[in-house]
Design a protein around this ligand. Structure first.
Ligand code: GLY
Ligand code: MN
Ligand code: MN
Length: 473
């Protein structure tokens, strides 16, 4: 938890943006895994945590944007709770730690909301993403639960995006901690990527690294020799020479700030010629677009620069043909790069996405594209100092997509399908870094994680002897 002034200051800044009504900030409740008393690991709601800091269920925050009052609703632990879960500081003490002096029993939230509604005041809330929260808001507001998401406050969404999209030094330091742990996750995966290993052995080990540093992982680990499947959560393959392992993983700090890193390593540690050629193109797309990242530039431009770099590289290998700019304008690169260059990152790995991707990644100047592939770009708008974003280009050979585009005759002036057919067993390559936009340019966050062919090969050649010494954690 940060100092209480951090949370007071965040709420004060929110109050400057919001001029009427009240704002509701429900904490997350426990979520059942396979029966009610067996829950997932608890994860606080990121917005509640940002403004109210407390990392437990059973709380509800309320800010009166007119009087400036701030309330925390919650109940003190009773003996039964203490027996099962241990003692907790009182609600008054927990509130004081985040700069709040008005606490009320949890049930009182209902009368506060009812009073505001009866006076015709606006009741602002962010769109809930969990059913329990939606049901609770529906009960408080007397609305059908299926209308709750759509009725969320656009004013509050805009205000929260405005605050949270700019990361201060404390937040950047947290993200760098998360990237440093990801360094250990990824270098370990590289060292483990030996023929005969099962993906789950590596996935479990790196998730364990996150947990042993206080994690959880910031999203379920994506780790597969079938890297052409973009978000592959199956970990059952045995690693074989000639394949590459795509590892997309990160962790969260105790204040919930994330890392999100991808590396691709050849099984056995040595890229073959075909792998090296494609890897160098993805690496160039990553490094060239990072180099060009600075305030004032649209991230969509960076995405298109990555697309051109990829198209040019693939043309060099004879997989694409024709004029590169025309190919990219037509969308031919999306056969190989069917996702966006990146997204905002912060307390959520896709930061703020729960309030609606277009509120976070786009604005009145930059509208989302409709073209296949480019439409998946989560962040398109102009960059500002303080943004933390991912840079994650990739090249994939997805047999189903190749077959579809070929059979439809799509992009035949720009794609050499006969050659592409010979890559159907290739898999995919993605490289992802977490980048801060600074006043003048950018900074790649955290301890540098091996990325060039030589660095990846050198790391992959090492054994993971350190695992025999868990004390190094
Ligand atoms: N970790 C999912 C992504 O890179 O967006
Ligand atoms: Mn990722
Ligand atoms: Mn990402």
């Amino acid at each position: 938890m940060f100092a209480k002034e951090v949370y007071s200051e965040r709420r004060n800044r929110l109050k400057k943006e919001m001029h009427s009504g009240i704002g509701l900030f429900p904490a997350n409740q426990e979520a059942a895994f396979n029966y009610p008393a067996n829950t997932y690991s608890y994860r606080q709601d990121s917005h509640f945590s940002y403004f109210f800091g407390i990392n437990h269920p059973g709380f509800f925050g309320l800010i009166d944007f007119e009087s400036g009052e701030e309330f925390l609703f919650g109940n003190d632990f009773e003996l039964d709770d203490i027996i099962w879960m241990g003692p907790q500081p009182s609600v008054v003490d927990q509130a004081a730690r985040v700069g709040i002096d008005k606490t009320r029993p949890y049930a009182d939230i209902a009368s506060h909301v009812t009073a505001a509604l009866q006076k015709g005041r606006m009741v602002h809330y962010l769109p809930p993403y969990r059913g329990e929260t939606a049901i609770e808001l529906a009960k408080l507001l007397g609305e059908p639960v299926n209308e709750i998401r759509a009725d969320a406050s656009i004013d509050l969404i805009k205000a929260v995006v405005k605050l949270k999209e700019i990361k201060d030094a404390l937040e950047v330091a947290e993200i760098e901690k998360a990237v440093d742990i990801a360094w250990l996750m990824h270098t370990t995966a590289m060292k483990m990527a030996k023929p005969g290993m099962i993906e789950q052995e590596i996935a479990g080990t790196i998730e364990g690294i996150a947990l042993s540093h206080g994690g959880p992982v910031s999203f379920p680990v994506i780790l597969s020799v079938d890297g052409q499947t973009l978000h592959n959560h199956n970990h059952g393959n045995v690693l074989k020479t000639g394949r590459m392992l795509v590892v997309d993983g990160g962790t969260e700090t105790s204040t919930l700030y994330a890392s999100d890193i991808t590396r691709t390593v050849p099984v056995g540690g040595k890229f073959n010629q075909r792998q090296k050629e494609i890897y160098e193109i993805v690496l160039k797309a990553n490094t060239e677009t990072i180099k060009a990242t600075k305030p004032g530039i649209e991230y969509r431009e960076m995405h298109m620069l990555a697309a051109r770099t990829i198209a040019e590289g693939l043309k060099g290998l004879g997989l694409m043909k024709g004029n590169v700019d025309d190919a990219v304008a037509a969308g031919a690169h999306t056969l190989f790069f069917p996702h966006g260059l990146g997204h905002m990152m912060g307390m959520d790995v896709h930061d703020l996405e729960g309030v609606g991707e277009n509120h976070v990644g786009y604005d009145e100047h930059t509208k989302r594209a409709t073209q296949f592939g480019t439409a998946y770009l989560r962040l398109g708008k102009k960059l500002k100092p303080g943004f933390v974003l991912t840079n994650e280009p990739g090249i994939y050979f997805i047999p189903a997509l190749i077959d579809k585009f070929r059979s439809e005759g799509q992009f035949k002036d720009f794609v050499n399908y006969d050659k592409v057919e010979t890559y159907k067993d290739f898999g995919g390559i993605r490289i992802e870094d977490d980048v801060l936009v600074t006043d003048k340019g950018h900074r790649v966050l955290g301890k540098p994680i091996p990325k060039t062919v030589a660095e990846v090969e050198e790391t992959a050649a090492q054994s993971r002897e350190w695992l025999k010494f868990p004390g190094v954690f």
